[in-house]
Design a protein around this ligand. Structure first.
Ligand SMILES: [Zn+2]
Length: 40
């Protein structure tokens, strides 16, 4: 299971082309658009 790099909750998204993972809350907080993220 991937973990959010910020809060360590289970991750739902990753940045395309990167190994940074985010949960939904942190992804929405840190990115104005989820377009650059892909759902795991
Ligand atoms: Zn998080």
């Amino acid at each position: 299971m991937k973990k959010c790099i910020i809060c360590e909750d289970p991750a739902e998204f990753s940045i395309k082309g990167s190994s940074e993972f985010y949960c939904k809350d942190c992804a929405e907080e840190h990115f104005s658009s989820l377009d650059m993220l892909e759902k795991l």
